[in-house]
Design a binder for this molecule. Structure first.
Ligand SMILES: *Cc1c(COP(=O)(O)O)cnc(C)c1O
Length: 398
């Protein structure tokens, strides 16, 4: 299978003239999503009313869609389920994993992790008691920090700020060697590069769908539990839809079989409809082709910016194996520079304190977009177009 990216590009509805380099933060709208959501609202909700849970398959939707995600992350079918937001899924994975490693009380993560993952770990430790703690080390020190005190290693494969990528197989193997469990956050990997959770040995994996998978704002997250654990892991968020028999309305909780137990409450049916339409785009896509195209785009952008913007400092690793699908540059005026770029219809984003972040998503970005973005960025830097009061006004979302 070879992916035809002109075809996938045509499947997105992007505003004219915009170069959208922020699909790593919020994927653009697949053309089919609007109709799919409208149909779910009018034909399913509107006509079927409550019978839609059975007739339209809403109740099975979280596992049905989970199976389509499984293909993209190298998971065994039947071991991924959708629901909630990523922060919730991080909490669930952590709580189950800690319980499976009694006697150890340390969660190991790194300082490049996304803050919400760390906050969820802190909150969980507080609930579990003073013996539990979160330890963070620099991203390149995770390997050596894995020792027999660590209960769970929880890391994000691709750093949201720099685009640096961890070696999943190597870190997981070391975690297992010291008796720790491995949780992988795939927020910036799923849909960005080939991921192999089963081959990589991950115990749990979690991720969101509104970034590279294009499910739209508020799209649900996913959780993977390795088959060897899925009937053992005990859900901390023991909601009724993770119960063995939700409609028995028992007074006490019995976990459902396998991955079903990681469901919590009512699934977001409308968001899942948007996601299903978004996943249709992936049906004809080979992840290896995505990776080849993504590396070519990120290489091209790095070379172009370095040749024309000497004041911007590359924050992303040059080695292909250590890179996700984004490129970041540092500059003390990064915020204003990004605002100037956005005002010229090149959309990336800014991450404090000084990172300009650009996502490259071959489904809808090509070499001409890269060249266009480089040209505009070069002009903004050369003519100091960022140096205007309006570009310094901080919005709530950066
Ligand atoms: C985007 C992202 C999140 C966001 O979590 P939500 O609960 O979906 O808002 C969490 N963790 C990582 C690593 C992320 O990149």
């Amino acid at each position: 299978m070879t992916t035809d990216f002109t075809q996938t590009r045509a499947m997105f509805d992007l505003p004219d003239g915009v170069i959208y380099l922020d699909g790593n933060s919020l994927g653009p709208m697949p053309r089919a999503a609007a109709d799919r959501v409208a149909q779910t609202v009018t034909q399913e909700w509107g006509k079927m009313l409550i019978t839609g849970w059975n007739k339209a398959g809403w109740m099975e939707q979280p596992t049905r869609v989970g199976n389509r995600i499984a293909r993209l992350i190298g998971a065994e079918p039947g071991h991924v389920v959708m629901g909630d937001t990523l922060s919730i899924k991080v909490y669930q994975a952590l709580a189950s994993a800690l319980e499976m490693n009694p006697g150890r009380k340390v969660i190991l993560s790194d300082t490049g992790n996304f803050p919400s993952d760390l906050y969820m770990a802190e909150g969980l430790c507080r609930t579990l008691g003073p013996d539990y703690s979160l330890k963070t080390v620099a991203p390149d020190k995770v390997m050596e920090a894995l020792d027999d005190s660590v209960a769970v290693m929880m890391v994000t494969e691709v750093d949201y700020r720099t685009g640096r990528r961890h070696d999943m197989a190597a870190l997981t193997a070391r975690a297992h060697q010291v008796g720790a469990l491995a949780i992988w956050d795939l927020a910036h990997s799923a849909g960005a590069l080939p991921v192999e959770v089963a081959a990589g040995g991950a115990d749990f994996a979690v991720g969101c769908t509104y970034k590279y998978l294009n499910s739209g704002p508020g799209g649900p997250a996913f959780i993977y539990v390795a088959p060897r654990h899925s009937d053992v892991a005990r859900p901390a968020l023991s909601g009724w839809l993770g119960h063995e028999s939700p409609f028995a309305f028992d007074l006490s909780y019995r976990p459902g079989s396998g991955i079903e137990r990681m469901r919590v409450g009512t699934p977001p049916v409308l968001q899942l409809a948007a996601l299903e339409a978004a996943l249709d785009v992936w049906d004809g896509v080979d992840m290896a082709d995505i990776r080849t195209a993504s590396l070519a785009l990120t290489d091209r952008f790095i070379a172009g910016v370095e040749a024309s913007c000497p004041d911007l400092v590359l924050a992303t690793p040059r080695a292909h194996a250590e890179r996700g699908s984004q490129v970041s540059f540092r500059h003390p005026e990064g915020y204003a520079i990004m605002q100037a770029l956005i005002s010229h219809d090149v959309i990336g984003d800014f991450r404090a304190p000084d990172i300009l972040r650009f996502g490259f998503t071959p489904l809808f970005i090509d070499a001409a977009d890269v060249d266009g973005a480089v040209e505009i960025l070069a002009r903004i830097m050369r003519d100091s177009l960022w140096n205007r009061p309006e570009h310094r006004i901080r919005a709530r979302v950066t």
